[in-house]
Ligand binder design. Structure first.
Ligand code: ASN
Ligand code: ZN
Ligand code: CA
Ligand code: CA
Length: 302
C-alpha cells in the first residue's frame, strides 16, 4: 500500500513527548519513517515472540500506554541512524540504506533486547530488573551497533572477538549517550544510580578491567559464549582510558575506522589494540596513537 510520509507524536516509556516520523495510507497512521533512503519501521509483538505487526493508530497521536515502548524504539532508532549518518557518513547499518526494523513488547516480562540479524527486539522487562528496554537510547545504540559490526568487522560472537563485539556496541552506546553507564535508564527502575554495566568501573558489575582477571568461560550459552558480556569490561576500560584523555570527536572516528576498516572476524584484544593504534595514527598522528596504546597497556593488553 502506498503510504504518504507525515509527522505525528507520541509519549515515550517515561511519559515524555516525542515528535515522530510516520506514514499514512489515508486510513491509519503507522510507525514507518520514510525520510531516509531506507525505512525505519517499528512493530508490536503484543507479548508474543512470533507475531509482529506494524504499530498503528487511527490518528497521528501515539499516546496510549501500550504505544510507549514503540514510540521510544522508533524515535531512538532514528537518533542512532542519524548518529551514524551525520558523524560517520554511514547510511544505515549496512552502509547502503537498509531498512531498520524494531520489534517492541517482545515476549512476556522479557528482560533483554537483541539484534537477530534482521531486526532489533525489545522486551518489556519484568518491572523489577528492567523496565521496557526501548526506553534507553544507549541500549538502542548498542543493539544497532551489533548490526553495524555484523556488516563490517564481522567479529564472531565468542571469546575475545565476541567480547570486542560487545565492547564496540557499548562504545557506540557511549557516543550516542555520553556517560559511562550502560542501560541506566531502564535497569532496576526501583533503584537509582545503578546500571547494567560501567565502562569507568567494570568491577562494579562483576566485569574484569584488566587481563590479569580475564575469565576463561566455556563457549556455551551458559558460559556467555566465552564471557562476551564479562570480558568486554577489559576493552571497555581501555576505551574509558582513551576517551577521558582525548577529544570524544577524535575517539569516535578512531573507533569507527578500526571497526569498519581494520578489524576482522577473529580479532583478539591485541588485534583491536593494534587496529585502534593504527587508526589513531592514520587520522591524527603519533600523539593520539600513543594515547590509545597507553590506554590498552593499562588494562594489560600488550
Ligand atoms: N542484550 C544482549 C546484547 O545485545 C543480548 C545478547 O546477549 N545478544 O548483547
Ligand atoms: Zn550486545
Ligand atoms: Ca548510558
Ligand atoms: Ca536502576
Amino acid at each position: 500500500i502506498e503510504k504518504i510520509a507525515t509527522t505525528g507524536y507520541g509519549y515515550g516509556n517515561k511519559g515524555d513527548y516525542k515528535p515522530l516520523n510516520m506514514a499514512s495510507d489515508g486510513r491509519q497512521y503507522a510507525l514507518i519513517d520514510q525520510t531516509h533512503n531506507g525505512n525505519i519501521e517499528t512493530y508490536d509483538a503484543r507479548n508474543t515472540d512470533y507475531n509482529f505487526s506494524l504499530m498503528t493508530d487511527y490518528d497521528r497521536a501515539f499516546t496510549s500506554p501500550g504505544q510507549r515502548a514503540g514510540v521510544d524504539a522508533h524515535y531512538y532508532a532514528d537518533q542512532v541512524y542519524d548518529y551514524y549518518k551525520n558523524v560517520h557518513g554511514r547510511d544505515s547499518y549496512d552502509g547502503r540504506g537498509a531498512d531498520i526494523y524494531s520489534v517492541v513488547h517482545y515476549g512476556y516480562n522479557y528482560n533483554n533486547a537483541f539484534w537477530n540479524g534482521e531486526a532489533m527486539f525489545y522486551g518489556d522487562g519484568d518491572g523489577r530488573t528492567f523496565s521496557s528496554l526501548s526506553g534507553a537510547n544507549d541500549v538502542i545504540a548498542h543493539e544497532l551497533t551489533h548490526a553495524v559490526t555484523e556488516y563490517t568487522a564481522g567479529l564472531v560472537y565468542e571469546n575475545q572477538p565476541g567480547a570486542l563485539n560487545e565492547s564496540f556496541s557499548d562504545v557506540f552506546g557511549y557516543f550516542v549517550d555520553p556517560d559511562f553507564l550502560m542501560g541506566e535508564d531502564v535497569y532496576t527502575p526501583g533503584v537509582s544510580g545503578d546500571a547494567l554495566r560501567s565502562m569507568s568501573n567494570p568491577e562494579q558489575y562483576d566485569q574484569p578491567s584488566h587481563m590479569r582477571d580475564f575469565q576463561y568461560l566455556p563457549n556455551t550459552e551458559q558460559g556467555d559464549n566465552g564471557g562476551v558480556h564479562i570480558n568486554s569490561g577489559i576493552p571497555n576500560k581501555a576505551f574509558y582510558n582513551t576517551v577521558t584523555v582525548m577529544d570524544k570527536s577524535k575517539a569516535e572516528k578512531i573507533y569507527y575506522r578500526a571497526l569498519t576498516y581494520y578489524l576482522t572476524p577473529n580479532a583478539s584484544f591485541s588485534d583491536a589494540k593494534a587496529a585502534l593504534v593504527q587508526s589513531a595514527q592514520d587520522l591524527y598522528g603519533s600523539a593520539d596513537a600513543n594515547i590509545v596504546a597507553n590506554a590498552w597497556n593499562n588494562v594489560g593488553v600488550n
